[in-house]
Design a protein. Structure first.
Length: 343
């Protein structure tokens, strides 16, 4: 009877040994897997300052929050709205935001003033700025006899370009006060317009209006650009790269299904209606502001040296910028060339 007991004891010892070895191997395997896996870091907090109240033109950035795209790239993004009383460049330079939605003229003028800012991507391949006219006008060249409503900001951006291109004069210009009644009341009036704003109001008023995008006639700047400080590029290049790529993925997602972002846009800007948001998205698609031009073949957000040079040359010719300004420092192609988010 002792042999069976001994065998049983040996079996128990062997079983325990096998269990110990298995546990040891398993623990070693788990430790090795932990060492091989990438370390999980806390999300990097990023603040984006927009260029206006929340609207469809900001949809890609809101979409990247709403659908978790930013989180996928390890980013915790807060969007702060800009507006007419917000000096976005001052806030960026003062560290109140990591990125802002900018404009080529704004950045080039800031570089001229010695502010170390750089553009890293252009969500819009074209400036949405254009002209709204009555039905008798068939092109931007057909405004010789018209009164043209121009806002103060237009005088230092597109108005010198329009005058030079078509020979229009200061005598034709009148102030635009963001009130459409003068346009509705006078068939001889043309006015600056955005395709998702003034044209929507005209449609709601059943006005028979035409819209002409300046970019279609050669107006060169990009719009809704991502701008940051050069110190951010130096100290947080990985954050910049992830933010650029995630934002462009947000734009691709937004144009496919804008509902998630639109819910957040309306939360930030309750004045924004479903109708205007839908109209804005339709205009983004119709004009191919995000997916057209070089973006069609090089990816959403792309920029080129040639386009920046054209904008620089226009500003110098219009005496909006000193010829000595180092325009190359106003942008870098590094981050957007690496993003490669195709439409």
């Amino acid at each position: 009877m002792r042999v069976p007991r001994l065998l049983s004891a040996y079996a128990r010892i062997a079983s325990c040994a096998r269990s110990f070895v298995a546990r040891t191997v398993s623990a070693a395997a788990l430790a090795g897997a932990a060492l091989a896996a990438p370390l999980v870091h806390a999300e990097d907090h990023v603040t984006l300052l927009t260029n206006w109240y929340a609207q469809a033109e900001h949809g890609g950035f809101y979409q990247a929050i709403a659908t978790g795209i930013y989180k996928k790239y390890g980013l915790d993004v807060t969007i702060k709205m800009g507006g007419p009383q917000v000096n976005s460049m001052q806030l960026l330079a003062g560290g109140q935001a990591d990125f802002l939605l900018g404009y080529d003229f704004q950045v080039l003028s800031s570089v001229e003033a010695g502010i170390p800012v750089t553009t890293v991507a252009a969500a819009f391949q074209y400036d949405p700025q254009g002209m709204m006219t009555h039905a008798d006008v068939t092109s931007l060249g057909g405004l010789k006899t018209k009164t043209i409503l121009v806002a103060g900001s237009g005088r230092t951006t597109w108005w010198p370009w329009l005058k030079a291109k078509y020979g229009y004069t200061e005598a034709q210009a009148r102030p635009y006060t963001f009130n459409l009644q003068p346009f509705f009341a006078d068939q001889n009036v043309a006015m600056q317009a955005y395709p998702s704003s003034e044209t929507y109001q005209a449609e709601q008023a059943h006005a028979n209006a035409h819209f002409f995008l300046f970019a279609d006639d050669g107006y060169p700047p990009y719009n809704t650009t991502i701008v940051t400080m050069r110190d951010t590029l130096k100290n947080k290049p990985d954050v910049v790269a992830r933010f650029v790529k995630a934002s462009m993925e947000g734009w691709k997602s937004y144009l496919n299904d804008p509902a998630p972002a639109n819910a957040l846009i309306k939360k930030d800007n309750p004045q924004m209606s479903d109708g205007q948001l839908a109209y804005g998205v339709a205009q983004l698609k119709k004009l191919k502001l995000v997916t057209g031009g070089d973006a069609a073949t090089q990816g959403i957000g792309t920029m080129t040296d040639a386009r920046w040079k054209k904008t620089f040359e226009y500003m110098v010719d219009a005496k909006l910028l000193k010829p000595s300004t180092d325009y190359h420092s106003a942008y870098t192609l590094q981050y957007i060339q690496n993003a490669k988010v195709m439409p």
